[in-house]
Design a protein around this ligand. Structure first.
Ligand SMILES: [Zn+2]
Ligand SMILES: [Zn+2]
Length: 293
């Protein structure tokens, strides 16, 4: 059976994605109200009942708001590390069924294997995920101040990558109502990736395996979808990565469902960066009279 993957919404006010395989139905983060998540699932003819788990990247409200209204009510297991659990419990009283993983460990839910890895962000113990399915690997890398070697190494294995493209540096710097301290936090090494930083990370991880790139967690005030898209598309063109489709995510509307099949068209055998610019060869001059060659 094909694997179906839908980003139900992504941005600074809420993040949630849905994955369905032959044996497994999961959410990755639950950053909208339980009601919102139910409504968004309904747009793809799904319901939250029977979900086997909710994976949590970190405890910021745009990733956990729906836990009380969804996981607690429907008794859906919540998968996170211990510092994140402690931080969630400090914010909400709901009784949740936790499944604790150690950051860096891998575990299985049904037929999905989940690798976890640390990301640099101002939360208790934030993580990214690499989800291995029968039809390909899906990487989750949002909420990070910079792309560490570890992040690049994990993301490089993804066929589908959800990558933060949070802000346009100039729009953030010039924003009239944001306090300087907040601007500094966002731009710090434990803040969020700018459009340029997302493009840099993409260039570093580029492989023939990567086919689909979701630009995620766009700031409403300090970014514009068209800018994020243009910066990434220009970089993909520049490095010759024409086999990758870059798609915008939205805070308010679910993305179209991405269907992965085991019989996906094979990726090009190798992906090589374009050759460095070489000047055109000098014109061959006509042999001068008297020369034999
Ligand atoms: Zn965060
Ligand atoms: Zn966030």
């Amino acid at each position: 059976m094909p694997v179906q993957f839908t980003i139900l919404g992504s941005g600074s006010s809420g993040n949630c994605a849905y994955l369905e395989t032959t044996e497994t139905r999961l959410l990755i983060d639950a950053g909208f109200s339980g009601r919102q998540i139910r409504q968004r699932l309904a747009t793809i003819s799904k319901a939250p009942e029977g979900l086997q788990g909710i994976l949590i990247t970190h405890e910021h409200s745009d990733h956990i708001t729906g836990l009380g209204g969804l996981a607690a009510k429907l008794k859906i297991p919540v998968f996170c590390n211990r510092p994140t659990k402690d931080a969630i419990e400090a914010q909400m009283e709901s009784q949740l069924e936790y499944h604790i993983f150690d950051t860096g460990a891998s575990f299985e839910i049904g037929d999905v294997v989940i690798d976890t890895f640390s990301v640099p962000h101002d939360a208790s113990d934030p993580v990214g995920f690499l989800l291995h399915t029968d039809c390909g690997r899906i990487g989750f890398v949002t909420d990070l101040g910079h792309a560490t070697k570890l992040v690049l190494e994990r993301a490089r294995r993804a066929n589908v990558l959800v990558l933060e493209s949070n802000h346009d540096v100039k729009m953030l710097q010039e924003h009239p109502y944001r306090p300087w301290s907040l601007k500094q936090r966002v731009m710090s090494r434990h803040g969020h990736l700018s459009n340029e930083a997302a493009a840099d990370a993409t260039e570093e991880i580029m492989s023939s395996e990567l086919r689909h790139l979701f630009l995620a967690h766009l700031s409403r005030d300090c970014n514009k979808p068209e800018i994020a898209h243009r910066v990434m598309n220009e970089r993909l063109q520049k490095i010759g990565a024409t086999h990758v489709c870059a798609e915008l995510t939205s805070q308010n509307t679910p993305c179209g469902t991405l269907t992965l099949t085991a019989a996906a068209p094979p990726a090009p055998a190798t992906w090589l960066p374009p050759a460095p610019f070489l000047p055109p060869p000098a014109p061959v001059s006509a042999p001068r009279p008297g020369e034999l060659f």
